[in-house]
Design a protein around this ligand. Structure first.
Ligand code: FES
Length: 68
């Protein structure tokens, strides 16, 4: 199993921990030296695909729960 964890933050980004590659639609890699990256889910970030905290001002609401 891959050693990657993706956590869904309520009303916020996806937090990705682990050794992953983040590629754009043409296969080009977004390079990050951070151990955890936050991927925007709200669409309001000015630094997409990363979260810049804009979800707090745009009213984004989402609280996904895994089925029990
Ligand atoms: S989820 Fe944070 S700016 Fe979009």
């Amino acid at each position: 199993m891959a050693d990657v964890t993706i956590r869904i933050r309520d009303d916020g980004p996806l937090l990705v921990d682990g050794d992953v590659k983040l590629l754009d639609g043409e296969g080009n890699e977004f390079v990050s030296d951070k151990p955890t990256i936050a991927i925007c889910r709200c669409g309001a970030s000015k630094i997409r695909p990363y979260c810049d905290g804009a979800h707090k001002e745009c009213g984004f609401e989402s609280a996904e729960r895994a089925p029990a």
